[in-house]
Write a protein that binds this ligand. Structure first.
Ligand SMILES: *Cc1c(COP(=O)(O)O)cnc(C)c1O
Length: 435
C-alpha cells in the first residue's frame, strides 16, 4: 500500500473508500491481493453493466489482438469501426426508429459532453446552455460548467461560464413542475436568461444522488425546448446502455433528443469509449473541428459490437434487467420501511436505484459496514447522502440477493447506531443487565 501513498497523487477518490490492492475480477466479483472476494455494486461507476471481463467478449477481443487487428487508428476507417457502426445502426438505432449520425470523440464521457455542447452552440450561434441542479456532466471546463457539484466546480480555477442553472424535477418539492419556470423565464425578455442554444439533462441523475425525472417532466422539457427553439441534449452516459431497463434511458418516455452522449458501459468490457449521437441535420461539424488522438479505440469497437450482439438483438436482456429492477425496488422499499424510522427513502428506476439517507454520515456508515461484509458500494449526492446501487446488470439472482442482504444488515447496524437513546434509557440499568 505504501507505493500509493508515496507516489500517487492525493486526487485519488474511490481508492480511499476501499483501501485494498485489487488484482483480479470476474463478473460481479473483485478480488484483492490477499484473496478476499468482494461483490461489486460500484462496477466502475456504471461502466461494467456487463460485468468484469465478460467471457462472451473476452475471446473476441483476444482473437482480435492475436490477429494484429488495428489497436490505434486515429479516426481512420477500420473494419472494427465499420462493424460496430453497422451493429449499432441495425440493433440499436433502427428498431427504435432513431435517426442519428455518430461522432467518435476522445474516449471519456466528459469529452463527449464537450463535443455535444460545442456543436449545439455552433449550430445555433448561441452560447447559453440550460443545465440543472445536481447535474453531473464531467470535469473538463465546458462540461464542468454544466456540473452542479461545488467540490468539483471549486477545482476549476477559472470562472465557469455559458450556462444557466435551472431546478431539476422535484427540486422545489412535489407538485411543482419546474419546466413551467423554465418556460416562464424564456418567455420573459427581462428575466435575465439569454436565449439558450440547448438544454443538457440526465433522465436519472447518477452522481447527483439518483434523482429520477418523471416521464411527464421530460416530455414537458422537450415541449419547452421546441417552443423556444433549443436543442435537447440527453446525457445518457451513466443512465444509458441498459441501466434503467432499456438501452437508452429515454426510450419509454416518448421524447426524441436532438443530441445524445454515451460512454461508460458502451465499450462493454470497461474499455474507454465515448460517442455523440447527432440528428443528421445538426451534423454541421467541419472536418477535424473537434478532434482527438484517441478517437479510435478499436478494442472498444470490438467489445462494444460484441456487447450489442450478445445482449441487444432481442428484448430478453432488457426484460431481465427490468425484472431485477423490480426485485431491487421491492427489497429497498422493505429495508427503508423496516429500519428507516421515516428518515430513509428509495429513489431511482430500473437497476439505477439508491437509498436516500438525507445524512451523509449515515450513508457513509452504511457503505463502510457493507465493505466490512464484502460488498463494494458507494454513495452519491451533494452530501454523499445516497447509497447508490450500480451492480453489473448481468449479476446472478443469488448474488443480487446476497448483496442486498448485506445492504440490509449494514442499514440495520448504521441506523441502530445513529438512533438517539430513548429518554427513559437507563444507562446503568443497561450495564447491569449486560453484566
Ligand atoms: C461519468 C459521467 C460523465 C463523465 O464521464 P467521464 O468518463 O468520467 O469523463 C458525464 N456525464 C454523466 C452523466 C456521467 O455519469
Amino acid at each position: 500500500m505504501k507505493i500509493f501513498e508515496e507516489v500517487e497523487s492525493e486526487v485519488q477518490s474511490y481508492a480511499r473508500s476501499f483501501p485494498r490492492v485489487f488484482h483480479r475480477a470476474q463478473g460481479e466479483f473483485l478480488y484483492d491481493e490477499d484473496g478476499n472476494e468482494y461483490l461489486d455494486f460500484l462496477a466502475g461507476a456504471g461502466t461494467l453493466n456487463y460485468g468484469h471481463n465478460n467471457p462472451l467478449f473476452k475471446e473476441t477481443l483476444l482473437e482480435y489482438i492475436h490477429s494484429d487487428g488495428i489497436t490505434h487508428g486515429l479516426d481512420l476507417h477500420t473494419r472494427a469501426k465499420g462493424e460496430f457502426l453497422q451493429v449499432f445502426s441495425d440493433h440499436i438505432l433502427k428498431p427504435r426508429n432513431l435517426d442519428y449520425v455518430m461522432q467518435f470523440t476522445g474516449p471519456t464521457g466528459t469529452n463527449a459532453v464537450e463535443a455535444a455542447m460545442k456543436l449545439a452552440r455552433n449550430v445555433t450561434g448561441r452560447e447559453n446552455v440550460i443545465c440543472f441542479t445536481n447535474g453531473f456532466h464531467g470535469v473538463s471546463l465546458g462540461a464542468l460548467a454544466a456540473t452542479g457539484n461545488s467540490h468539483h466546480r471549486g477545482a476549476a480555477g477559472v470562472s465557469l461560464n455559458g450556462v444557466t442553472r435551472m431546478p431539476y424535477d422535484g427540486y422545489l418539492g412535489e407538485g411543482i413542475d419546474t419546466t413551467a419556470y423554465l418556460d416562464k423565464v424564456l418567455c420573459d425578455s427581462s428575466s435575465g436568461v439569454d436565449t439558450p442554444a440547448a438544454v443538457i439533462v440526465e433522465t436519472v441523475q447518477g452522481e447527483g444522488g439518483i434523482n429520477a425525472a418523471s416521464f411527464e417532466w421530460l416530455r414537458n422539457l422537450q415541449t419547452v425546448c421546441k417552443k423556444h427553439d433549443m436543442l435537447l441534449i440527453i446525457d445518457d452516459i451513466q443512465a444509458g446502455c441498459g441501466r434503467t431497463g432499456t438501452f437508452f434511458s429515454f426510450e419509454d418516455v416518448g421524447i426524441q433528443p436532438d443530441i445524445v452522449t454515451l460512454s461508460k458501459s458502451l465499450g462493454g468490457y470497461g474499455l474507454p469509449f465515448a460517442v455523440v449521437l447527432i440528428k443528421p441535420e445538426l451534423d454541421q461539424w467541419k472536418p477535424g473541428e473537434h478532434n482527438g488522438t484517441f478517437r479510435g479505440n478499436n478494442f472498444a469497437f470490438v467489445t462494444a459490437k460484441a456487447a450489442i450482439e450478445h445482449y441487444w438483438q432481442d428484448t430478453a436482456f432488457s426484460r431481465d434487467v427490468q425484472r431485477k429492477g423490480e426485485y431491487v425496488s421491492h427489497r429497498l422499499a422493505a429495508i427503508v420501511e423496516k429500519y428507516g424510522d421515516g428518515n430513509l427513502t428509495t429513489r431511482g428506476r430500473g437497476m439505477f436505484q439508491g437509498i436516500n439517507c438525507v445524512d451523509g454520515e449515515v450513508a457513509g456508515a452504511i457503505t463502510r459496514q457493507a465493505f466490512k461484509r464484502g460488498l463494494i458500494i458507494e454513495t452519491s449526492g451533494a452530501d454523499d447522502q445516497v447509497v447508490k446501487l450500480l451492480c453489473p446488470l448481468i449479476i446472478g439472482d443469488e448474488n443480487l440477493e446476497r448483496g442486498i442482504d448485506i445492504i440490509e444488515q449494514a442499514v440495520k447496524d448504521a441506523c441502530a447506531r445513529s438512533k438517539p437513546l430513548p429518554e427513559e434509557f437507563d444507562f446503568f440499568d443497561n450495564v447491569r443487565r449486560i453484566a
